[in-house]
Design a protein around this ligand. Structure first.
Ligand SMILES: *Cc1c(COP(=O)(O)O)cnc(C)c1O
Length: 388
């Protein structure tokens, strides 16, 4: 019997199904009371004043850039080792994108590289308006250092926390925005908590929260304090900026509410599996994930790096052997500047040696909270057989 073990997958229990069915039989299918409940759960879990749910993290990143005023002529910087949505959000707003190389140990935006690039940008009069650090694999970035630089150089910070719900930075949950303006989470099924498609922005700032809420629904407000004209009657609302329909449905939010009840257990199980990998893979020619003591990872991904000079196979050969053995391994991510849409903007990969090294030898192996010990042993055995 062959068994396929994906790199990540959702866990849907009967209680999740019951929660969604209950909404199907209720008055609201689109944004309604379940979205409000879900936002309250996210706000409580992250210690954020505001949580604004949307139909994806991509939408929430777009809304976050817009709320911070990103527009034509502005610059936005992010990490090259991320999903393309981390930088596309800036392009949606007409801004230009640039990348800051990663730290080879954490795979996150390197604060030293950021500081050096900011010094150069200041001299050239081309400072970024927004910087988007990405908590890759769920491990929090060095947010204190990035927050210091934000104050010094006057840029805003959006945390792409798509991998990191349930994680902590120092003593705060990721999403508390202690060193940032807005944090964004994804609830895609391969992530940690799922709403099928879905995302959320968190912030401590009342005005940003109002702007995010307007952006997800056409730029419309019903707040008389924000209106330009006097009300014509009880039906009255005003569109005061340009927004979109980025709303989450109550069906999605009900699934999210049910999943959020299990958040701590999900992340704890991911840590347990990660620690077992650390032990069971320790004597293979692999660099295993480094854990910074400032953070508690959400552990969306477990990335191993091949020590290519100790292995007689290429990165591609190892990857193909693992796939052939039934492991749904993947590579997160191709450096964004290598994507044709970005390459034509003229990036030079020589400027990102750590991202290039990462891309040359990394593989995400299966890790999800519903994974059994037996499934994990299949993964471990496959790695031992192919690397010995
Ligand atoms: C998944 C992901 C996104 C986009 O999330 P969606 O909810 O699918 O839009 C953005 N950034 C990162 C780092 C991601 O992994």
């Amino acid at each position: 019997m062959s068994m396929f073990i994906p790199y990540g997958r959702q866990e849907i229990l009967q209680e999740d199904i019951d929660a969604v069915v209950a909404v199907l039989q209720s008055d609201f299918l689109t944004q309604g009371p379940a979205v409000t409940r879900f936002e309250k759960l996210i706000a409580e879990a992250t210690k954020a004043r505001h949580a604004i749910a949307m139909n994806s993290a991509t939408s929430a990143l777009h809304a976050a850039c817009a709320a911070l005023g990103v527009s034509q002529g502005d610059l936005v910087w992010t990490s090259p080792i991320s999903f393309v949505a981390s930088s596309n959000c800036a392009l949606y707003c007409g801004a230009e994108v640039d990348f800051v190389d990663i730290d080879p140990a954490t795979f996150n935006m390197c604060p030293k590289a950021l500081a050096a690039k900011l010094e150069e940008a200041k001299a050239a009069g081309r400072l970024p308006k927004v910087v988007i650090p990405v908590h890759l694999c769920g491990q929090p970035c060095d947010m204190a250092a990035i927050g210091e630089l934000a104050k010094k150089y006057g840029f805003k910070v959006i945390e792409d926390a798509s991998h990191a719900i349930g994680g902590r930075y120092r003593d705060e949950p990721v999403g508390a925005c202690a060193h940032s303006d807005i944090a964004v989470f994804s609830f895609h099924p391969v992530k940690i908590v799922t709403t099928a498609e879905g995302g959320c922005a968190t912030t401590q700032d009342d005005e940003l929260a109002a702007a995010l809420e307007r952006f997800r629904t056409h730029g419309i407000t019903r707040d008389p304090n924000l209106m330009e004209n006097a009300s014509d009657g009880p039906w009255y609302y005003e569109q005061i900026d340009l927004g979109y329909n980025y709303r989450m449905t109550d069906l999605q939010a009900a699934l999210g509410c049910s999943q959020m009840q299990r958040l701590d257990g999900m992340v704890a199980r991911r840590h347990e599996l990660a620690e077992r990998y650390d032990t069971l893979l320790a004597d293979l020619p692999l660099d295993l994930p480094f854990r910074h003591s400032d953070g508690y990872s959400g552990f969306h991904l477990y990335v191993v790096q091949l020590k290519l000079n100790e292995i007689e196979k290429s990165h591609l050969e190892v990857f193909e052997q693992w796939r052939a053995a039934g492991l749904g391994v993947n590579l997160h991510y191709i450096p964004i500047y290598r994507q044709p849409h970005y390459a034509k903007m003229g990036f030079d990969k020589a400027g990102f040696p750590n991202a290039e090294d990462y891309y040359s030898r990394s593989i995400s192996i299966p890790l999800y909270h519903g994974m059994s010990d037996a499934q994990q042993e299949v993964v471990v055995d496959t790695l031992h057989e192919t690397l010995r």
